[in-house]
Design a protein around this ligand. Structure first.
Ligand code: 0WD
Ligand code: CA
Length: 426
């Protein structure tokens, strides 16, 4: 895995000597010299502070931003190792049948995002908690891609430290800047790999069960925008008269490494560049977003400070290089479309006062994963280490045996306990 090039926050698939590195170069290039000459320099001091506040045996992890202001950690260029599709009935397929193709819109699109909400919308039942099940199905069907050696000691070990959803990692990346929503992440070590699956917090459940009609409709707008922008085939056009069904999904599965953490995760991908000469996945993928129209400098500043953090984190993780945003008015009409290049976002936010920093996001995620590795010692499918975080607090955890939190399904445990080549490939 290590032959893939490292990534800095500014490089999507180029070398690590990106504009970001150059921008930080004056400090970064001479780091070693500086440390020798000035042992109390800012960087080293911060790093020591982080270690002091997060001692190795601690049961808590601080989320204070200043503890994570270090050099950007190694993040390998994510490699797509496979993909899967979920159809209109949420059935799993180990292929790309739900892949869609990006179609460039007009300059003044005038998409009406409210169209079809009442009569052409099938909404996924979000009270059904699927946990990691789709990813686990993919793992079973592609096990041979994830194991290099078959030793007698561990005949079925996967060559990764963590398996999770991209969305869970996005939450970790944005944690040092999050002031409103906490999270709970369940972790189970099984045959050497740690699986991480979200548990809905009480607050999130309340929010989900008490959404206003306006909020429900606005959630539809994002999916309707996708329908205006995507075609089912390379040569076809989008079909805004069709039904929007949020059961359907195309998900990429990528493998990468953050410092010494080998990661395997999956994320939903909206569409791809339809040019056959476009680079290979995940570089040809495009993320679609909707956002309120920008009328004032204050609104643009808020987009940079809050939304771009989430957009950057979500797409940077799997190596998706572009976000196409549709800006809509209060009536749900898209008035303009703008492309954001993930590699240029750190430049874009540079002039915002007291803004978020990619390095803080990645260092926090890295330290959280180290914290998880230290905590999750028992290798058992029925033991869950439950990590919880609330804004302005530390991350803490509790341990649960054979509890309601256990999330690895029996079919997965059984299947992983047989040799991959001992029977049919599903
Ligand atoms: O029940 C849940 N809360 C979870 C659902 C937890 C983890 C995953 N999932 C499912 C989603 O239904 C989806 O099929 O996994 C898939 C997406 O995983 P992800 O890519 O790791 O999730 P994330 O990055 O948070 O979301 C990506 C997209 C969203 O796009 P926007 O532009 O809104 O960020 O996946 C969709 C949505 O289009 N999505 C969902 N669709 C239906 N129901 C949901 C959901 N609960 N969550 C995300
Ligand atoms: Ca999207």
């Amino acid at each position: 895995m290590d032959h893939y090039r490292s990534r800095s926050p500014n490089s999507s698939y180029h070398s690590r000597h990106s504009a970001y590195d150059r921008e930080r170069g004056d400090r970064g290039r001479n780091r070693c010299e500086n440390q020798r000459l000035r042992p109390n320099n800012h960087r080293q001091h911060q790093s020591e502070l982080a270690a002091e506040k997060n001692p190795q045996n601690s049961r808590a992890l601080s989320t204070r931003r200043e503890l994570y202001e270090r050099d950007f950690p190694v993040y390998k260029q994510p490699v797509e190792v496979g993909n899967f599709s979920l159809d209109s009935e949420r059935r799993f397929f180990n292929d790309s049948r739900q892949m869609r193709y990006y179609v460039e819109p007009d300059r003044n699109p005038n998409f009406n995002l409210r169209d079809g909400y009442k009569d052409r919308f099938i909404k996924r039942d979000d009270s059904v908690k699927e946990k990691l099940s789709h990813i686990l199905r993919w793992v079973i069907a592609n096990r041979s891609k994830l194991t290099t050696r078959m030793t007698t000691a561990s005949p079925c070990a996967l060559d990764v430290d963590f398996v999770t959803w991209r969305g869970h990692l996005t939450k970790l990346l944005t944690t040092p800047y999050e002031t409103r929503e906490g999270w709970m992440l369940a972790a189970t070590k099984f045959r050497g790999t740690i699986y991480i699956s979200e548990v809905e917090t009480e607050a999130a459940q309340r929010e989900r069960e008490n959404r206003t009609e306006r909020h429900e409709e606005m959630m539809y707008w994002g999916y309707k925008f996708e329908q205006y922008m995507c075609a089912d085939n390379v040569h076809s056009a989008p079909d805004p008269d069709g039904v929007v069904n949020t059961n359907e999904a195309f998900c990429t599965v990528v493998q990468t490494r953050l410092a010494d953490h080998r990661l395997l995760f999956s994320g939903e991908v909206d569409c791809r560049d339809k040019d056959p000469s476009a680079p290979a996945p995940p570089t040809c993928y495009i993320e679609l977003k909707t956002s309120a129209e920008i009328c004032t400098p204050k609104q643009r500043s808020n987009l940079h400070r809050f939304k771009l953090l989430k957009w950057w984190a979500q797409s940077f993780l799997p190596g998706v290089p572009r976000v196409v945003a549709g800006f809509r008015d209060h009536e749900g009409v898209v008035v303009s479309v703008e492309t954001f290049h993930i590699s240029k976002i750190s430049q874009l936010i540079k002039n915002e006062y007291n803004c978020w920093r990619p390095t803080v996001c990645m260092n926090f995620c890295c330290d959280f994963l180290s914290f998880v590795k230290r905590a999750v010692t028992e290798d058992s499918h029925s033991v869950v280490y439950l990590f919880s975080w609330e804004p302005h607090k530390d991350v803490t955890y509790s341990v649960h045996r054979d509890s309601q939190y256990s999330f690895l399904p029996h079919w997965f445990i059984d299947e992983m306990s047989t040799r991959p080549d001992s029977h049919h490939q599903s």
